[in-house]
Design a protein around this ligand. Structure first.
Ligand code: CMX
Length: 153
């Protein structure tokens, strides 16, 4: 990224220096998790990697492998779930783009310093023992961006 002459206070950080390692997964909001898993496995030939309920995020979710990539299916467990709100407003579809990061607190801090709105003051529990935070879609060209730190990274 070229230095911004209007913001000499900002250091010229690359995605590597921000600790953004690559795309972790793409998340799809679905109404019925079993039906969506069956479609992705039986029709599209993907492999079911993992399934869990996240009581903090109020979602039933599944991770599926497609080649070297992963998609996440998300169904609401209650009317208060962000996924329930998304389904009510937009219907089923792409809900989030998730980047794998080395250190979610460090990346969140660096992005806040650059004026972005992060949803949580501290990271929360994500899929499979990960730590997560989100960039609000209004700060990221209309995309809900999840930052995911894996325990092994
Ligand atoms: N992608 C893009 N835009 C979105 C969006 C999404 N997923 N969800 C909401 N928006 C837009 C709305 O359409 C709305 O836009 P307009 O003002 O132009 O109509 C705007 O964002 C509204 O934002 P808001 O009033 O602040 O909040 P909402 O009640 O719509 O909630 C959000 C949005 C992102 C704060 C909420 O969905 C949230 O907290 N998400 C993070 C948690 C989450 O998604 N958990 C489930 C997944 C868990 C996991 O991945 O493990």
């Amino acid at each position: 990224m070229a230095p911004d002459p209007m913001r000499p206070d900002l250091v010229d950080l690359s995605t590597q220096e921000l600790g953004i390692l690559g795309i972790d997964h793409v998340g799809i909001a679905v109404a019925d998790l079993d039906e969506a898993i069956a479609f992705h496995v039986d029709v599209l030939g993907m492999t079911l990697l993992h399934r869990e309920t996240n009581t903090e995020q109020l979602v039933d979710e599944a991770m599926l492998a497609v080649g070297d990539s992963v998609i996440q299916l998300l169904a609401p467990t209650s009317e208060d779930s962000p996924i329930a709100k998304f389904l009510a407003k937009s219907g089923q579809g792409l809900q989030q783009l998730a980047y794998r990061v080395r250190d979610v607190e460090a990346t969140s801090r660096a992005l806040r310093e650059r004026g972005l709105t992060l949803l949580y003051p501290e990271s929360r529990k994500g899929t499979g023992g990960t730590k997560i935070n989100f960039i609000h879609p209004k700060s990221a060209h209309g995309v809900l961006v999840e930052l995911v730190e894996h325990p092994a990274d």
